[in-house]
Design a protein around this ligand. Structure first.
Ligand SMILES: [Zn+2]
Length: 223
């Protein structure tokens, strides 16, 4: 981040932290040593240097850039994970909960919590740009295609993202509309996805949380 700021002649306005994992918050002290900025983070997790503790219902306006964000509670990956959503600009920072064509592992929550959290994000406007915490897009699309080989939106998206990948540009951000169309973890309620999860489980999965849980297990072992 420091190298990027220097290379682009930028000052840091604020730090937003979605959850406590070290690969997301380990750099905060190094940034706040140089920049006196607010550190917004989840109220229910330990975040180094946090100045503002946020939970569902809280809103912030980032000083310097004037963008307003709402905090959304999205537990599952971690117990206190939050997202930052800017309704005015349709921007979402969702950490390790929703990924492009995938979702994070469930470390501190239950499949039911993770499904509810993902469903909250899926209900945002379709044009919302999804800035997630890691770029696993191509591997996630391979899994999505294994789950839903007949989903016509998947080869189209795979070609689009592969072209970006080949050109050396990020596949991120995606949009909520793209995720609703191609992300199997938002589609546990779709019959084709439920059928694939049932076939993988070797038993009929009849409720959406069971389908979602099976998809997450399947992905954990997917090569
Ligand atoms: Zn994480």
């Amino acid at each position: 981040m420091l190298a990027y700021l220097d290379a682009n002649g930028l000052d840091l306005a604020a730090i937003i932290a979605t959850h406590h994992h070290a690969d997301h918050v380990g750099g905060i002290p190094g940034l706040t040593r140089r920049f006196d900025v607010p550190v917004y983070g989840p109220a229910r997790e330990a975040i180094p240097g946090r100045s503002h503790a946020l939970a569902q219902g809280d809103s912030i306006v980032v000083p310097g850039i004037g963008l307003a964000f709402d905090a959304i509670d999205i537990p599952g990956h971690t117990a206190g994970h939050i997202a930052f959503y800017c309704a005015g600009q349709e921007i979402l920072f969702c950490g390790d909960t929703l990924f492009a064509a995938g979702c994070g592992r469930i470390f501190e929550g239950t499949p039911a919590q993770m499904w509810e959290s993902l469903s909250k994000l899926a209900a945002l406007p379709g044009a919302t740009r999804v800035h997630c915490g890691h770029e696993y897009t191509m591997a996630n699309l391979r899994f999505a295609t294994a789950v839903e080989p007949a989903n016509a939106d998947l080869p189209a998206r795979t070609a689009r993202e592969q072209a970006k990948h080949d050109a050396g540009v990020p596949t991120l951000p995606s949009t909520i509309a793209e995720e609703r169309a191609t992300n199997p973890f938002l589609r546990a309620g779709v019959a084709a996805v439920a059928n694939a999860a049932s076939a993988h489980a070797g038993r009929a999965l009849t409720n959406v949380v069971d389908v979602f849980a099976e998809l997450r297990e399947w992905k954990n072992g997917f090569q």
